[in-house]
Each structure stands twice: as C-alpha cells, then as structure tokens.
Design a protein around this ligand. Structure first.
Ligand SMILES: Cc1ncc(COP(=O)(O)O)c(C=O)c1O
Length: 398
C-alpha cells in the first residue's frame, strides 16, 4: 500500500512517545539522549514545566483570534524581543521558510519604498539553506532541492561563503541586499568568520543595501548569545527566526529595524496563524528561560565545555572524524567515512544526532543540557566512534 504519509522524509525506524529534558523514550521503551533537539528546535528540552504550563494555560483561555484584533500576547512578546535585540519591530509567522520569505519581501519593499524598486536581487551563499518554499529554494540554490520544481524563482545570486571579494563583485545596480546564516547549519555547520560578518555589514552600508541574517537555526540562544551575529559586534537590518523560538511549537518571526519595518504598512504582508495567543505564550516561556539573568553566559560556558570534550574524544580518532566545527550548541563533526555510518553508530549507543551537508554529523542539544549530560553524550560518542572503527576494520580485513 502506498504510504499514507507522503514519502518526503528518510525516517529512522524510531517512534518517540515521551520526553523529559534531554531524554526521549520510544514506544518500545528505549531511552535516547537527544542531541538533535528535533533539528535545533526543542530549545528548552522536552516536557519543560514552564513551557508546558504556558501552553496549557493559554490553550484553556483562547488559542486563536486572528490578526483582525489586537493580540496582547504578541505585543508583549515583540516588546521583549525588541528590548533584547537590534530590532525595532517584529512580524510573527509560522516557520523558518516563511520568516525568510518575509525577510526577502521586506528587503525588496524597503528598496521600493526608498525609490529604488529596481533593486530586488538578494545575494546568498553557496552551501546556504533557507527553506523549501519556491522562493526559498531559489535562495538556497541547491540543485538537488530545485530539481523538478519548474523555473527557479528569479532574484537570488550565489557567491562563495566567507569570500567578501566575491560579494563585492556580485553587487550590481539590481542588488537589494545580502542574506547570510552566521553558521550554515544544513550546509555542514560551517561558521561565517566574525570578520566576514563585519565586512558584510560595512559593504552593505557602503552600497546602501540591506543586510539580512537568517538566524532560524543559530538564534534564540543557541550560540550563547540571543542571536549569533552579536558575536561579531554588528547588527543586521532584518533577521529571521524560527525553530527554537517557541520550543517546538510552530512559530517564526522577522525582526527588523524601523527603517525596514516602516515600509510594511497595513495589507502588505500577513498570515492567518502569525502570532497567535498560543504560539506567543509558548515563545514567552522560552524567553523566560533564555533571557533569565546569566543564562546566555551559562549556555556559552556549557557549549565551550562540549567543544573541549568533543576535541578530547575526536582528537585521537582522526581516522573517523576529521574536524570539529560550529559555534555554541550547534556543532559539527566532519566525518572521514560516511556521516550516516557515524549516525547509525550513535543511534546504536542511544545518542540522537543529525546529519548535515558536507558529510558532517551535527550536534544541537537542547539549550538546557547539563554538564553531566554532555559527559554522557561524550561517552556514547566515544563508543560510537569505536563501532565505526571496528566496522571499517572488519571491512578491510580479508
Ligand atoms: C538556516 C535555516 N533557514 C531556514 C530554514 C527553514 O526552516 P523551516 O523548516 O521551519 O521552514 C532552516 C531549516 O532547517 C534553516 O536551518
């Protein structure tokens, strides 16, 4: 029989029925240490009491009213995000791709609104991932994802990541802005250098174009700052967020400076589910955790510990892992053999991780992961490395 769920995903044969913190239990009672967090999304872990209570309490009051009316929960959430970031104004939506669509529309609209409608093109980067809508497939520019979906949406130019001269050369009379991920997550956990981000900011200013930051994967505390670009000491003009923003409840957001946001007048953009009372309550509970005094510094401290311990365990295994890279709690292990072999070995050791491009195994635990849980993961990873090594040895012994 044809699968009732469309076969768009390559699913592992695991079904989880319950979670607690960084742990997940399958329907057949096996326990896994979740260093994937639902692809960097379960930011405060599973069954977080604050998040669960916020959702339950809001659901019992009112779930959805529409954007025909004021939504106090959205107003207060936006005010908190504005107070904690470069932004002056926030638009809520439902996913990362949708946030990036909004960001792209805002960049174009700001150009048109300042008398430069011919500037509509966005510079993006090789290795980027911005989502699966038609325009975001074009922004992503990966031939594998574009195949079979008709003409590629116009308006996106691609250049080498971390190459400021390539960006400079690509800027033309039709360029409206640049969209960059501070760390390319799907593309293989490849960080932009802080210098590159600073140079991008300067180049955009020099040409009067806009800098958009895709922080769908890197944002909301994952880097040890609310947003990863803060490490470079710069600010974008507009930023997309999603994934961890509401701890697993579907939500996206576009944060912008007033100079961009003022062009989004009534009727120019919208979405039915954007910023519902329920989604905003969930995101508020996540912010309660992430913006608690000292918490971002604490994430940074635990992330550095994980980084160090990953070096400890992978250093003696250059035959299995070639490199550790990433930032904060978004880390990648560049594999020597297929990353799927290391993933399978991790699963066999009860450790959930995620593959990424460039033959990388990605680790993105919930932001609440403790040092003891990091040690546990390191033990499992060490045993998984041994499994990969043993399998490789078996394959080469005649
Ligand atoms: C950087 C980045 N942008 C956009 C997206 C798309 O987000 P969504 O799957 O919520 O549409 C992702 C998803 O992995 C992402 O990592």
């Amino acid at each position: 029989m044809f699968p009732v769920l469309m076969p768009t995903y390559n699913r592992a044969d695991l079904a989880f029925e319950r979670g607690e913190g960084v742990w997940l239990w399958t329907t057949d009672g096996r326990r896994f240490l979740d260093f994937g967090a639902g692809i960097a999304t379960s930011s405060v872990g599973h069954n977080h009491p604050g998040l669960v209570a916020a959702i339950a309490q809001q659901a019992a009051r009112v779930i959805h009213v529409s954007n025909l009316y004021r939504v106090p929960q959205a107003e207060s959430l936006a005010a908190r995000l504005v107070a904690a970031s470069f932004a002056d104004s926030v638009f809520f939506c439902n996913s990362g791709a949708e946030a990036n669509e909004g960001m792209t529309k805002m960049i174009r609209r700001a150009m048109a609104g300042t008398g430069r409608p011919e500037r509509y093109r966005i510079i993006c980067f090789h290795g980027a991932f911005h989502g699966r809508t038609l325009a975001m497939l074009a922004a992503t520019g990966n031939a594998k994802y574009l195949e079979g979906f008709g003409p590629v949406v116009d308006g996106f130019d691609h250049v080498a990541f971390n190459d400021i001269d390539a960006v400079r050369r690509a800027i033309g009379p039709h360029t409206a802005g640049v969209i960059v991920e501070p760390v390319q997550g799907e593309g293989g956990v490849r960080p932009a250098t802080l210098d590159f981000l600073r140079q991008l900011r300067a180049l955009c200013d020099e040409h009067g174009i806009l800098l958009g930051m895709d922080e769908v994967q890197t944002g909301m505390g994952r880097s040890g700052r609310l947003f990863a670009h803060e490490w470079a000491g710069i600010a974008p003009d507009v930023l997309s967020s999603a994934k961890g923003i509401a701890g697993g409840f579907p939500m996206g957001a576009v944060l912008a400076r007033e100079a961009v946001a003022r062009h989004l007048t009534a009727g120019t953009h919208g979405t039915t589910f954007g910023g519902t009372p329920l989604a905003c309550a969930a995101a508020g509970a996540v912010l309660d955790v992430v913006l608690a005094p000292g918490y971002l510094d604490d994430i940074d401290r635990r992330a550095r510990h994980l980084w160090q311990r990953l070096h400890d365990v992978t250093g003696p295994a250059p035959d299995v892992i070639a490199e550790v890279r990433g930032a904060g709690l978004l880390l990648g292990l560049k594999c020597v053999g297929p990353n799927t072999a290391l993933l399978a070995a991790c699963l066999a050791e009860g450790l959930l991780a995620i593959t990424a491009g460039d033959n990388v195994l990605r680790l993105a635990p919930p932001l609440i992961v403790s040092e003891a849980e990091i040690e546990d993961a390191i033990g499992r990873l060490g045993r998984a490395i041994e499994r990969v090594r043993a399998a490789a040895h078996k394959a080469t012994v005649p």
